[in-house]
Design a binder for this molecule. Structure first.
Ligand code: FES
Length: 83
């Protein structure tokens, strides 16, 4: 499946949804915060403004309503996020 990720003023089209959101951002030279890359520190937490995500691992870090951990989720639709 392909999706797009919009962050700030940039839209990345045709994102490979087998990659995490964080990996897709890095692949496109978008710098975002991260530390553990494993769902426990919360450093990669972003606001999910629009769209759906799906988690491919269990996470320990708190994720509030309207937030996403980019290291542990992939787009399930076109998404808009904000750092
Ligand atoms: S980088 Fe630690 S939870 Fe995502």
């Amino acid at each position: 499946m392909k999706a797009s990720i919009t962050i700030e003023d940039q839209t990345i089209a045709n994102v490979d949804t087998s990659l995490s959101i964080l990996e897709s951002l890095e692949k496109n030279d978008v710098k975002v915060e991260f530390q553990c890359r494993d769902g426990y520190c919360g450093a990669c937490r972003c606001k999910l403004i629009d769209g759906e995500v799906s988690y491919f691992r269990d996470t320990i870090a708190f994720v509030g309503e309207g937030e996403v951990l980019t290291c542990s989720a992939t787009p399930a639709s076109d998404i808009t996020i904000e750092v």
